[in-house]
Design a protein around this ligand. Structure first.
Ligand SMILES: O=CC(=O)O
Length: 272
């Protein structure tokens, strides 16, 4: 059976592709990943077996950008807290001192302006947000103009000016703990950090401290490390946090598109 296997489709970071598995599949030609992030795959090991790798960057981008905006809006408008209060037996809530943050006209700093980052910028433009971005490669002037985004060479400038900071980078050795104590201190005390990339892009201990001490106002995280967080993790005890279980791309439509992209990738690899 294992001699026949020519392709593997990796469904959401499982199964683990290790040496033992690769050695047991002598005819394996390609591994197609279901999402865009491939930080859970050992590319060196895989390519040392002559196996090709593919991800599905096109299919995921719209749905993941939607999740980023959903987190931004939910955090700014305190939707989860509001829902909890509205359904609670306490009917006094109408008198509560209830203030959210204005999204319209606020400054959004996008770190990572690939496909997903750019789609977030398009959505943010519709909310009349001022958009700053930082990326390894600058977008063309035309692309910047289309979404009204301003490039920041230094991450520091973006962090200092943004009301919302959205992390959309891939996890690499360069982006691991990209946002630590120093970077959080660069942010405004009224700012919110939103992470839809990978948990380890943020130094979680530094984030806990920053949220506890009012260094930043709030955080909205679709990704953490580990996932899920242990139930006694200090992040789960904070009020100024919104955490979702890596919802990212997950919709029926995107899942179908991802599978189609993966199948196309597999066929392309098998056909040379
Ligand atoms: O996390 C989601 C992805 O990598 O596409």
């Amino acid at each position: 059976m294992s001699k026949k296997v020519q392709a593997i489709y990796v469904w959401w970071q499982k199964p683990i592709i290790d040496r033992e598995l690769l050695e047991s599949l002598p005819n394996l030609k390609v591994i197609a990943n279901s999402g865009v992030g491939i930080d859970h795959l050992d590319l060196k090991l895989i390519s040392s077996f002559g196996v090709k790798m593919a991800n599905a960057p096109n299919a995921v981008s719209s749905s993941t950008a939607d999740t980023g905006m959903a987190l931004l809006l939910a955090s700014a408008k305190r939707l989860v807290e509001g829902c909890q209060i509205a359904v609670s037996p306490n009917t006094e809530y109408f008198a509560a001192d209830w203030m959210g943050d204005e999204v319209t006209g606020a400054t959004l700093g996008i770190i990572g302006m690939g496909r997903i980052g750019y789609k977030i910028a398009r959505r943010a433009k519709a909310f009349e947000m001022k958009i700053l971005y930082h990326n390894r490669n600058r977008r063309t002037e035309e692309e910047e103009r289309a979404v009204g985004a301003t490039y920041c060479t230094k991450i520091e400038d973006l962090l200092q000016q943004s009301d919302f900071v959205m992390l959309v980078v891939s996890l690499t050795p360069q982006t691991c703990k990209l946002i630590g104590k120093r970077e959080l201190e660069w942010m405004k005390p009224t700012a919110t950090l939103i992470n839809i990339s990978r948990g380890p892009v943020v130094d979680q201990n530094a984030l806990v401290e920053a949220l506890q001490n009012g260094v930043i106002k709030a955080a909205a995280l679709d990704v953490t490390y580990p996932e899920p967080l242990p139930r006694d993790h200090p992040l789960l005890k904070l009020k100024n946090i919104l955490i979702t279980p890596h919802l990212g791309v997950k919709t029926d439509k995107a899942t179908r598109m991802i599978t189609e992209e993966a199948v196309a990738n597999i066929l392309a690899a098998l056909n040379g």
